[in-house]
Design a protein around this ligand. Sequence first.
Ligand code: HEM
Length: 528
Amino acid sequence: MLRLGEVPTLVVSSRDAAREVMRAHDAAFASRPLSATVRVLTSGGRGIIFAPYGGSWRQLRKIAVTELLTARRVASFRAIREEEVGAMLRAVAAAAAAGRAVELRAALSALVADTTVRAVMGDRCKDRDVFLHKLQRTIELSAGFNPADLWPSSRLAGRLGGAVREAEECHDTVFGILDGIIQEHMERTTSSSCGAGAGDGDGEDLLDVLLRIQKEGRLEFPLDMLAIKQVIFDIFGAGSETSATTLEWVMAELIRNPKAMHKATAEVRRAFAADGVVSESALGKLHYLHLVIRETFRLHTPLPLLLPRECREPCRVLGYDVPRGTQVLVNVWAIGRDERYWPGGSPEEFRPERFDDGEAAAAVDFRGADFELLPFGAGRRMCPGLAFGLANVELALASLLFHFDWEAPDVADPAEFDMTEGFGITARRKANLLLRPTLRVPVLAQGYVDYRNKEKVMEPSCACIPLGSSQLKWYRRLANVSSTLARPNAMPGHILRPAPNGGKLQVAFPLDPQEHVEQVVVVVVAGG
Ligand code: HEM
């Protein structure tokens, strides 16, 4: 038990205590404390992540689990993930061709942010960089070590450091961006509602789902626009940072451990040699890569203290009384490095083989049942985005290893590679991740998967052309009457998708993979 400023805080640092808190007394510890900065950042505890335990949180959590983050929904975003990973690979290939190192942290953050934003809103966000910057500050501010959070009863502390003021500024900027995006999204939906695809429940992005649920009503707690914005912000906050942090640490550990890098790379290249590209549907055949991810979660759990819980009723944990209102931090970072649970060599050592068949930890998994490995937490407040997060991590990692060899410039001894952690509610690497890629397997100009026909069509290249609302309206009418627009074996210049996804039309055109294309002009002629 610690007292952080005025805040009584129980730190849970063993597997048994974690099991008590998140299984035996899960209901008692299912709330979250609302510090002064978090209160501002979450519009007073709205949304899911920091909402106090109660009916409103239960309702939003149910929507998340049964509608937004289901396995089926995650699978429906596969094309987005493959397109975004493809775009990142092409940028890395360009750097490799120029002999340049890549700032991989920035590339991975942008990848996960773009993938998430498209899953949420169907389109990229033009203010992505401002958004990411504010998100990063939000994460630092919500760590809870500001005077205003440590001395909640002190007015002076509230003014010191300016954290609350900065939280207000972050909140206003982010919600301003969200307002614009939602407005655009609603205009797009209205203008396309006369044609095919609209309102049929197919290809919904997460904002569509939330707006549909809002419209349907029948909710105990009305889903107002503020709640919708907060949920969207939650998904960005919880989804982007954690997945990008995991990817960053996996790559850093593989650089530090050349043998593991070699083994993981060889496995991925063997598995996808015939296809020339990593596809999500076949990731299940990778064994070692999954051990590498599990080992990274053990040593570099993105949320080292999970997210804070709060004790709702007086409770006894391992014989100790825990008063109501106590903040609880589960030190997953320490549990993941405790030699009592990780025998067989130093627990600090990165050794994915510890999870291999026949090893002591082989059966230990991270899905909330084994309390020595809890990157996603456990119990009622466990992460509902596990499948979403893993999908982002696995495809990107396998693709980076499949196409490129990696080295750290100016680091003579890989064991010396800097692994210092930064400060915040997430534990990122402190330093940038500057790595030099060497192209080993060519990167396709662009891949395209035809899901209607359940077959894979690799075109020389495709362009995604954003359509204005009047073009989109005409296009939808056209698509309704002319099924010839949908061509599974499209020739260059042909329209690939019968119903534009998120106001975009996909068009195939010939492209030399080495060629750099500045602009593609597509003329959509209404009426055929
Ligand atoms: C590698 C990726 C991820 C990791 C390691 C991770 C980890 C976590 C952890 C540790 C918690 C707190 C659990 C607890 O208190 O016991 C959490 C909560 C949460 N995560 Fe994730 N997460 C990841 C990805 C995602 C994604 C992609 C989404 C959504 C798209 C998401 C949505 C959430 C939400 C909404 C909560 C709050 C749950 C609640 O309080 O009821 N997470 N996550």
